[in-house]
Design a protein around this ligand. Structure first.
Ligand SMILES: Cc1ncc(COP(=O)(O)O)c(C=O)c1O
Length: 365
């Protein structure tokens, strides 16, 4: 008899983007550009680094469970501290949600090719995981609403979505929400919120504080703090109260919380990051179109390129690796013919485009 339940035995673990040092060693390359994990290529927020450093003298104390950050976010977003949770990245909170709300008979419903972190977490709980195909690389919210059954407990929506970079609009979300029973919990994953918030049709979920909606946000993306693990969420007080029963009491760590608090003040870094991303996104989109690549218009800090098949996608990614550019093949997401490419610095984007031109002319000449 196996000690491991079948749904764990068959689970494919989350594989992070490959580290730069590993590729440098493996291929003997001097410079490697990593455009695989939607990180901020400008590095961490400088104010966050200072906040983190200042917190180190308190490392002999146990963390406060995120209380200070929760209070600050409550004041900033005009909600109560009881409506806010802070955790070890938004994935840490996602894991709490899965453990808090799902019973064995419950089902999870989302799009095909959803963010891999959510897929792995849900499947590790052993419940039914149901998906609805994309419609032109956008969430088919109508299809998802139609697929709700009496077992549906959690609906996961990322907006902007990873890996497609697309958004659903206010109108689409309103029409969808009207069809979701109150007993169903909607996770609105807004990891890339800051990149889309100025788009007038983008639904900022803080305007939709429904009792069955949990908003998740993170410091991992625009604030450049993926390595320290700090994220947060907003929801009805009853949901947060129960999540806090399940959350590991000492997450987030003291330096993580301090970095998050300081990052919130770093308006200059936010502005520079947004400007660089907008420029890089436009540059990548234009270059890809010139190369006649099929690319999905993005509202985030990455683009998704669609290839004719899995073998082609895999070889394009391998050939780029040989050129010192790491991108993300999306087989594990369930989109084997797609590739995801993060927007880098101006310099990195240029290296990518040149490498891509070389690879395409070599392969398809
Ligand atoms: C849609 C989405 N949600 C959540 C995360 C994870 O964020 P965190 O680092 O806060 O766990 C990512 C990271 O890639 C993401 O793309």
């Amino acid at each position: 008899m196996s000690l491991v339940p079948p749904y764990i035995e068959t689970l494919q673990p989350y594989k992070p983007g490959r580290p730069i040092a590993e590729i440098q060693r493996e291929l003997g390359l001097k410079r490697v550009v990593k455009l695989a994990s939607n990180e901020n290529p400008l590095g961490p927020s400088p104010l966050a680094l200072k906040g983190l450093h200042d917190s180190l003298a308190e490392l002999h104390r146990y963390p406060t469970g995120g209380y200070d950050l929760r209070s600050l976010l409550a004041a900033r977003f005009n909600v109560k501290t009881e409506n806010v949770i802070a955790g070890a990245g938004s994935e840490g909170i996602m894991s709490d949600i899965i453990r808090t709300f799902l019973c064995d008979e419950d089902e999870v419903l989302t799009t095909e090719g959803a963010f891999i972190g959510f897929q792995v977490l849900s499947k590790s709980r052993g419940v039914a995981y149901r998906t609805v195909p994309y419609r032109n690389w956008h969430y088919d919210l109508e299809g998802i609403a139609r697929s709700i059954n009496e077992h549906t407990k959690i609906i996961y929506l990322a907006n902007p979505n990873n890996p497609t970079g697309t958004i659903f609009t206010k109108d689409e979300f309103d029409a969808f929400y009207a069809r979701v029973p109150e007993r169903v919990l909607i996770i609105l994953d807004e990891a890339y919120f800051e990149y889309a918030r100025h788009n007038p049709i983008y639904p900022d979920s803080m305007q939709y504080r429904y009792d069955n909606v949990i908003t998740l946000r993170t410091f991992s993306k625009i604030y450049g703090l993926a390595g320290i693990r700090i994220g947060y969420g907003f929801a009805h007080g009853d949901l947060i109260k129960n999540l806090l029963k399940v959350k590991l009491p000492f997450e987030p760590s003291t330096p993580a919380q301090a970095a998050g608090i300081a990052a919130l003040q770093d308006a200059d870094f936010l502005r520079r990051s947004l400007e660089m991303n907008a420029r890089g996104l436009e540059y990548q989109m234009r270059a890809f179109s010139e190369m006649e690549l099929e690319v999905v218009p993005s509202e985030a800090n990455f683009t998704m390129v669609v290839r004719p098949g899995e073998a082609d996608a895999e070889s394009l990614s391998q050939e780029l690796l040989k050129e010192g550019v790491i991108i993300r093949p999306l087989r594990a997401f369930g989109l084997p013919n797609c590739l995801r490419i993060t927007v880098g610095t101006d310099d990195e984007n240029e290296i990518l485009v040149k490498a891509l031109r070389r690879v395409l002319s070599r392969t398809y000449a």
